[in-house]
Structure formats: structure tokens, C-alpha cells
Design a protein around this ligand. Structure first.
Ligand code: XLF
Length: 363
């Protein structure tokens, strides 16, 4: 069907397709029965190789596609996992989904992905869509849904929460030890000699509280608990800008920043660069996630690794266990974070911070 601007593609005729080839067409072309085409399309072992090849060739030549909806209705199974991600713009979620897809494919499941756009209301709609499509299970990755929603969803279909902060009373969870990850970041900065370490926190993000408390315990363990300094930020590069501006407006800004995630750290790096502050010479910076952007040479961000592929695979594994075991106590899988040292954290600057702002003040 050729798309013509102005034509209503949602009309029934357009959706049904004018000349969509059928199984009968394939059977006629391959000179076999319709039943045999159906056996081939269902991967039946009862068909000879020669007939299978003939049917597949005819299907290819005609552009025939099996009708998934008819198959689902006949089998009463969708073999589908619904994956809700908090923010498709953040590469962390793509990396977790890679793991989900790989494990799902190995076990005969397909994956449907919806974006929550960092908004609980849109997440609720997405989950409802999955349930109406009769997915066999759901992975909610970084979801912001509240406890009441989760209890309701957990009763409606097998569900696993991934990278969603703490454990949940009704739902299986797979996550990184966020608190330990934050402690590792502070330990690293403290070992380099920093004492004035600011945490740019994750705002409304589900993992913000755990990372904040890890930052606090890391500061206390390093003997600098009295210097705890938390600045409300968020989980997106834009959220870093006002925080960096406020820090640089101080008479004597801190020497290091632990950012809630890599995106926030990337935004901080941009703003520091705009302001003429060298990293790590003037300010050290540590992120969280170890997404692929952290490894890009011009960012080369020191960060905390989350084992995203393993998390995705484990999420599907947990769902499969739940599908076979039915209800029961929720399980919690906690994976270990690791420090990844690159180029954005060094020893503290000696003396005043040189930035475009201070240069202007001095002039
Ligand atoms: O979803 C959580 C919160 O933010 C994930 O662990 C992340 O770090 C992604 O940036």
C-alpha cells in the first residue's frame, strides 16, 4: 500500500490492507494445501524440507505475513512481555532492555516496550495497555508508580520491578545496591583527598532516597559527616544547570560533586565547561550508571557501574519463575555496583576556583 498524504490511514480499508496475501494465495502458488501452509507457519516438524522450502519461497515472493492475532486467539497465549521504561532518552534503560530482549528471545517471548516519560500517570496508562493486550508478564524498569498501583498491578499479572529503588511488599524486584554504589562514589572522592563533596540528588526519582542515604553514610564513614551537602536536582542533564550555577555563585565552591546519574553528570560537565571550570582540575565529578556515554572519550566520566545486561536478563528469569510458581513471597535480587575510574575525578584543587565567573569578578 502506498502512503498518500491526506489519506486516512486509520480507515478500516486502509488498516485491513487492500491486497494482503492470504494463506490460500500461498497454498495456490506453492501448489500445496492451505493446511500444509498453516503447518509450515506454525513450525510443525511434520512437513518435509522440500515442501517447507516451497511454501516459504511462495510466502516470500507474495509478501505473505502470518496473522499473529489469529495465532494468539487460537493458542490463547501471547508469549509477550510488556516492558515499561521510565525514560527512553536515558541510555541506561536501553541497556537494561537489551538484557531483557536477549533473555526473552532465548525463551520464546517477544517484548513490547512503552515509555513512561518520567510520569506516573503515563506509566499507569502504559500498564493498562499491556494488561489489555494480555501480556504474560511485565517488567517495570525505573517505574514511579506508588504502592497502591503496584499492589493492584501485581494482582493483575506477574510483574517484576527493575532498578526501582527499594524492595516492594507485593512484587519481585531486581536492582543494584544503590546505597552501596553511592558509598563507593564518596569513598573514592574522599580517598583522593576531597572533604567538601556535594551530592546533586535525584529529586523525584525512585532511587534518589537510597543513593542519598548512601552518600550520607559514605560521608560519615569518611569522618566528614559534618560537611554533608545535598542539592536537590533530578535525573536529566537539564536538571544540573541551576545546581551548577548556584554552586559556582558560592564564594568558595566545593571541590567535588557526586551526581545522581550519568545524565545529570553530563549536564554538570557541560555547565562547568561553559563556565570555564576545568574537570577534574577545578572540580571533580562522579556519576552513576556507567552507561555508554560515560565511556565516550570527551566525557570519560568516572562513575558507578550498574550491571544493566545482567539486570535485564535476571528480570526475565524472575518473571519466568513467577509464571511457573504462581503466587508466593516476593523475591528481591540485589546486584553489586562497581566503581569505574576514568578522568573526571582527581585530587582537590589547591586554592580558589578559576572559572569564567571568578575571572570576571577579578577583572
Ligand atoms: O531507574 C534508576 C534511577 O536512575 C536507574 O538506576 C537510574 O540510575 C537511571 O539513570
Amino acid at each position: 500500500m502506498v502512503y498518500r498524504p491526506g489519506r486516512d490511514l486509520s480507515s478500516r480499508a486502509a488498516v485491513a490492507g487492500m491486497n494482503r496475501p492470504t494463506m490460500e494465495d500461498v497454498a495456490e502458488r506453492a501448489k500445496v494445501s492451505r493446511a500444509l501452509v498453516s503447518l509450515v507457519m506454525n513450525d510443525s516438524p511434520q512437513v518435509s524440507d522440500q515442501k517447507r522450502r516451497a511454501v516459504l519461497r511462495a510466502a516470500r515472493e507474495l509478501g505473505y505475513r502470518p496473522n499473529l492475532i489469529a495465532r494468539i486467539l487460537a493458542q490463547q497465549r501471547t508469549h509477550t512481555i510488556g516492558v515499561l521504561v521510565d525514560d527512553l532518552r536515558n541510555p541506561f534503560f536501553g541497556e537494561v532492555v537489551d538484557g531483557i530482549e536477549a533473555e526473552a528471545a532465548e525463551h520464546g517471548f517477544r517484548v513490547l516496550i512503552l515509555n513512561g516519560h518520567r510520569d506516573a500517570r503515563r506509566e499507569r496508562d502504559a500498564v493498562e495497555t499491556f494488561l489489555q493486550l494480555r501480556v504474560e508478564g511485565m517488567a517495570l524498569v525505573g517505574a514511579r508508580l506508588g504502592n497502591d498501583d503496584l499492589a493492584r498491578i501485581g494482582n493483575a499479572a506477574p510483574c517484576v520491578m527493575v532498578a526501582s529503588g527499594t524492595a516492594h511488599p507485593h512484587i519481585d524486584t531486581v536492582g543494584t545496591d544503590d546505597r552501596r554504589g553511592a558509598e563507593l562514589a564518596v569513598e573514592h572522592l574522599a580517598a583522593l583527598g576531597h572533604t567538601r563533596i556535594v551530592h546533586m540528588d535525584g529529586g523525584a526519582n525512585v532511587s534518589a532516597a537510597e543513593r542519598r542515604s548512601g552518600y550520607e553514610s559514605g560521608m560519615r564513614a569518611a569522618g566528614i559527616g559534618d560537611l554533608i551537602d545535598i542539592r536537590p536536582a533530578g535525573d536529566d542533564e537539564g536538571d544540573a544547570l541551576p545546581v551548577i550555577d548556584a554552586l559556582l555563585a558560592d564564594d568558595d565552591p566545593p571541590t567535588a560533586i557526586f551526581a545522581f546519574n550519568d545524565l545529570l553528570a553530563a549536564g554538570a560537565l557541560n555547565r562547568l565547561d561553559d563556565s570555564g571550570v576545568a574537570v577534574p582540575g577545578g572540580m571533580s565529578l562522579v556519576g552513576f550508571d556507567n552507561t555508554f556515554i560515560a565511556a565516550l572519550r570527551h566525557l570519560s566520566l568516572t562513575t558507578i557501574n550498574q550491571p544493566t545486561l545482567a539486570m535485564g536478563r535476571l528480570a526475565v528469569d524472575t518473571l519466568r519463575q513467577r509464571l511457573s510458581s504462581g503466587s508466593g513471597e516476593p523475591v528481591r535480587h540485589t546486584l553489586q555496583p562497581e566503581l569505574v575510574v576514568r578522568s573526571t575525578a582527581g585530587t582537590p584543587r589547591d586554592g580558589a576556583l578559576q572559572s569564567a565567573g571568578t575571572a570576571m569578578k577579578q577583572a
